[in-house]
Every structure is written in structure tokens, then in C-alpha cells.
Write a protein that binds this ligand. Structure first.
Ligand code: DC
Length: 217
């Protein structure tokens, strides 16, 4: 079984995907972490994430591994475990920018499909239902008002010691939404066969119950 959850940042995808994976005893694949890992690796190498010419050579001999450790997904690139660094706020926009490059997407989509084929899993991302797994058993599109998403991101980052004003995060979130929705290759879209869940005024428990209700129908 494969479950696709797509939607913009801060809509609650990863929280819900983790709950579903636990309740259904299946794996969870956070595909955003894979784009974040490439962005982190590229920045460490001094590459410009907006410049295909500097990214393509890195892809040639790039080996990404994804595994789970104590219930937490880990992503390494050429042996470097990027997990501790990819949640930094600077990586969010860099991941969105590098994800516009088709060769980056092709490489990661191949790996995502391999994992999904081998294992029952819930995947969250931007293009899972539309491009990675168009035949997924269940497709959801989660969204929420951008101000609410910025506030959620603020609270999340604060817990990790990064205090970034909500207004700054709101601007970044809207810029990232625009970039993810307007890129030419596999943009963020609402699939015709996806169930849309607006989480603006819902608790995590309500969203999880609603989605579980559909899956277990
Ligand atoms: O879900 P996230 O915030 O960790 O994702 C970071 C960026 O990675 C997002 O802004 C766009 C890109 N991404 C993507 O293009 N396709 C995916 N399936 C997942 C993420």
C-alpha cells in the first residue's frame, strides 16, 4: 500500500504522515528531507542552488541513502549524514530552489519509487500523487492558511532554538509556495483524485481521524 500526502510547507503533512505510518504499521518516507539533503550538500560544496551548471556535476557521483534510526528518518549524501542540519531555516528555500532542476528531481524520484515499490509506505511531498506515484492507493492534499502555517513554523523553529519573526516566515512560505507551484517540472498541484484537507482550523487529532476514516473505509 502506498499513501501520497502532498501540500505546501506547514500544512501538517509530516506530522500526519508519521501518525498514519505508526497506526497502519507501514513505513514513512519524508521526500522533502531528500531535497533538503541535496541542498545542504550543494551549499557545503560551495555550489549555487539556483545554477544548474554548478549542481549537475555534483549529481554525477552523488550517492544518497535513506534509512531509519530510532524512528527518525536519516538521509546521507556520499557518506555524510545530513539529518542534523537539514531543518535549519536557510535550507528550506535552498531545497525549493534546487528542486526546480529536473535532473535533481529525476534522481530523487527514482529512489522514491524504488523505496515505495519495496515497502508499504506513506510518502509526503509536493509531487507524490501527481508524478512519483500516480497510482497510489490513497492521495491527500493538505493545505492551510499561509499565516497559520507561518505561525506553526515559528513555533517549531522556536523549539529548536531559532527565533524567526512570523512575518519573515510568512514571506518565505509564500515565496516558497509560489516557487513550488510554478516550476516547470512536476510542480505542486492538487490532483483530481486527491482528497483535499484544509487544516487551518483543525487539530492534529481531527486531521488524523478524518484521514484514517477514509483509508480504513
Ligand atoms: O516538505 P519540505 O518543506 O521539507 O520540502 C522542502 C522543499 O523540497 C520544498 O519547498 C520543495 C521540495 N520538494 C519537492 O519539490 N518535492 C517533494 N516531493 C518534496 C519536497
Amino acid at each position: 500500500m502506498n499513501i501520497a500526502i502532498d501540500g505546501p510547507g506547514g500544512s501538517g503533512k509530516s506530522t500526519i504522515a508519521k501518525i498514519l505510518a505508526k497506526e497502519l504499521h507501514i513505513a514513512y518516507l519524508d521526500t522533502g528531507a531528500m531535497y533538503r539533503a541535496i541542498a545542504y550538500y550543494a551549499l557545503e560544496k560551495g555550489a549555487d542552488v539556483a545554477d544548474e551548471k554548478t549542481i549537475l556535476p555534483l549529481l554525477d557521483d552523488m550517492n544518497m541513502e535513506v534509512w531509519e534510526e530510532n524512528g527518525v528518518q536519516q538521509v546521507s549524501v556520499n557518506g555524510i549524514n545530513t539529518t542534523p542540519y537539514i531543518r535549519e531555516n536557510r535550507i528550506s528555500m535552498a531545497a525549493s530552489t534546487v528542486s526546480k532542476i529536473p535532473a535533481v528531481r529525476i534522481k530523487l524520484v527514482e529512489l522514491q519509487r524504488q523505496i515505495a515499490q519495496k515497502t508499504d509506505c506513506v510518502l509526503d511531498g509536493r509531487d507524490i500523487g501527481s508524478y512519483v506515484l500516480p497510482n497510489a492507493d490513497h492521495k491527500f492534499y493538505m493545505t492551510a492558511d499561509s499565516r497559520v502555517r507561518a505561525q506553526r513554523r515559528h513555533d517549531e523553529l522556536l523549539k529548536k532554538g531559532q527565533d524567526i519573526p512570523v512575518e519573515t516566515l510568512l514571506e518565505e512560505i509564500e515565496k516558497r509556495d509560489h516557487q513550488d507551484k510554478t516550476r516547470s517540472f512536476a510542480p505542486l498541484v492538487v490532483c483530481e483524485d486527491a482528497v483535499v484537507v484544509d487544516t487551518t482550523n483543525m487539530t492534529i487529532e481531527e486531521v488524523a481521524k478524518f484521514i484514517m476514516g477514509i483509508i480504513c473505509k
